[in-house]
Design a protein around this ligand. Structure first.
Ligand code: PLP
Length: 387
C-alpha cells in the first residue's frame, strides 16, 4: 500500500522537484564563468538547447525568470504602435498583453473562456480585419488553466502573413513536442523552473530567420535584453553578462539526461504521468477543467462543496504534498498538479490517494464505497499495464 505520508512532495506546475543528479550539480563549488572549464559547459549547453527547441536557430540563455524571457522576445521585435494580437486563455496571456501594452503596442485580444483553447478561425477572423498585425502572442500551455493551444495550426496560418508568431512555451518546451522550426514559430521562450526541471532563474529564447530581420531593423531602445548583444557575445563563446554558472551546470545535467533517454521518450514519460492523473481524477468522478488538456499540468474541477483553497492547504499541512489551486475566477474551484520534474510512480499514486482523503475530510460521504487499498491496487495495475 502506498504511504500517504512521505517526504515533502512538490507537484506544482513549477517550480518542480529536482532530479538527484541536478541537486548534486547545484552543490558544486563555484567556478568563474571565464574559465576553460565553464567555456566547455557553456558551448555544449547552447548546442543541446537547440535539440530541445528543435530548431536550426541559436538558442540564448538569459538570467531572469520566465517573464523576462517573454519580455525579451517582445522588446526585440515590437515597435511602438505595432498591432499585436494576444491570445488570452488565462493569467499568463493577460500578462503578455499587459507587457505589450506597456511597451506602447496597439493590443487586440482573443479571450477564450477559462478552460478553453483558442481556434485558428478566431485568429484568421482577426487578420481579415487587421491584416497589418505584426505579432501574434500565444501560450503553448496556459498554466493557470492547464489548456494547450493548437500551435501547429496557428503557426501554419501566421506563416502566410507578415506577422511573427511568438510562443510562451514555459510549461511546454521540454515537456512535450513543440518543434519550433517545423511549426513556424518565430519566437519561443522556455523557463528553467518549469519544463526544464531546474531552479528558478533562467529563461531560454530563440528567434526564427523571419524574426531576426525584424530584430536587426528594430530601432526600439533595449539594453539588458538586447538579443543582438547576446548573439555577438555567444559567437565569441561568451555571455553578454555574468553567466548563471550554477544553473547552467545543472542545465547540462538535465540536457544530458533528456538527450540520453531520447527527447520523444522523455515526452512519453510526462505524457504517461498526465494520462495516469487524468484517468484517476475521472475515476474519482471529478472532471478535467481544461477541454484540450496539456501534458505538463492537469487541472481538475472540485465538487462544489469542497473549497479548493482549503483543500490545497490541507494537502500540504497533512500530507506534505504541494499542488496549486486556481487563480482569479478559478480560485477555490480547481486543483492544478504538475507533471514536470523528477516524479516517481509512488508520487503519482500518493497524490490521488491524498486527494481522495483530502476531499473526504471536507465531505465524509465522498465515494463512500471506495477503499484506499482497492484504489491503490487499481493504480498499481494501471501503472504495470502502461510501463
Ligand atoms: C510560470 C509561467 C510564466 C512566468 O514565469 P516566471 O518564471 O514566474 O516569470 C509565464 N508563462 C507561463 C505559461 C508560465 O507557466
Amino acid at each position: 500500500m502506498t504511504s500517504l505520508k512521505d517526504d515533502y512532495t512538490l507537484l506544482a506546475p513549477g517550480p518542480v522537484n529536482l532530479h538527484p543528479e541536478v541537486r548534486k550539480a547545484l552543490a558544486l563549488p563555484m567556478i568563474h564563468h571565464r574559465t576553460p572549464e565553464f567555456d566547455k559547459i557553456f558551448k555544449s549547453t547552447l548546442n543541446d538547447l537547440k535539440k530541445i527547441f528543435q530548431t536550426e536557430q541559436d538558442v540564448y540563455m538569459l538570467s531572469c525568470s520566465g517573464s523576462g524571457g517573454m519580455e525579451c522576445l517582445l522588446i526585440n521585435l515590437l515597435r511602438p504602435q505595432d498591432k499585436v494580437l494576444c491570445i488570452i486563455n488565462g493569467k499568463f496571456g493577460e500578462r503578455w498583453a499587459q507587457m505589450a501594452e506597456t511597451y506602447g503596442a496597439q493590443v487586440f485580444t482573443i479571450t477564450t473562456a477559462w478552460g478553453e483553447a483558442c481556434t485558428v478561425e478566431q485568429i484568421s477572423e482577426h487578420f481579415s480585419q487587421h491584416p497589418d498585425t505584426q505579432l501574434v502572442l500565444c501560450q503553448a500551455c496556459e498554466t493557470s488553466t492547464a489548456v494547450a493551444n493548437p500551435l501547429q495550426e496557428i503557426g501554419a496560418f501566421v506563416k502566410n502573413t507578415q506577422a511573427l508568431f511568438l510562443v510562451d512555451g514555459i510549461t511546454a518546451v521540454g515537456a512535450y513536442d513543440i518543434p519550433m522550426d517545423a511549426w513556424f514559430i518565430d519566437g519561443l521562450v522556455a523557463g528553467s523552473q518549469k519544463a526544464f526541471m531546474l531552479p528558478t532563474g533562467m529563461a531560454f529564447v530563440s528567434f526564427s530567420q523571419k524574426a531576426w530581420e525584424r530584430v536587426e531593423n528594430n530601432r526600439n531602445p533595449r539594453f539588458y535584453f538586447d538579443i543582438r548583444k547576446e548573439k555577438e557575445a555567444n559567437q565569441k563563446g561568451e555571455s553578454f553578462f555574468s553567466a548563471n554558472v550554477s544553473i547552467i551546470r545543472a542545465l547540462q545535467v538535465v540536457l544530458n539526461l533528456i538527450l540520453q533517454k531520447g527527447l520523444q521518450n522523455h515526452f512519453a514519460e510526462i505524457h504517461r504521468r498526465a494520462e495516469f492523473t487524468r484517468t484517476f481524477i475521472q475515476r474519482l468522478g471529478l472532471k478535467l477543467y481544461a477541454q484540450s488538456p496539456s501534458d505538463s499540468v492537469t487541472a481538475l474541477t472540485l465538487p462544489p462543496q469542497v473549497d479548493g483553497q482549503k483543500l490545497r492547504q490541507h494537502l500540504e499541512d497533512t500530507y506534505r504534498v504541494t499542488v496549486m489551486g486556481g487563480q482569479d475566477q478559478a480560485r477555490g474551484k480547481i486543483i492544478r498538479v504538475g507533471h514536470m520534474g523528477y516524479i516517481e510512480d509512488r508520487d503519482l499514486k500518493r497524490f490521488i490517494l491524498c486527494l481522495l482523503e483530502g476531499i473526504r475530510s471536507f465531505d465524509s460521504a465522498f465515494l463512500k464505497g471506495l477503499t484506499l487499498e482497492s484504489l491503490d491496487q487499481e493504480m498499481e495495475k494501471w501503472l504495470k499495464e502502461h510501463p
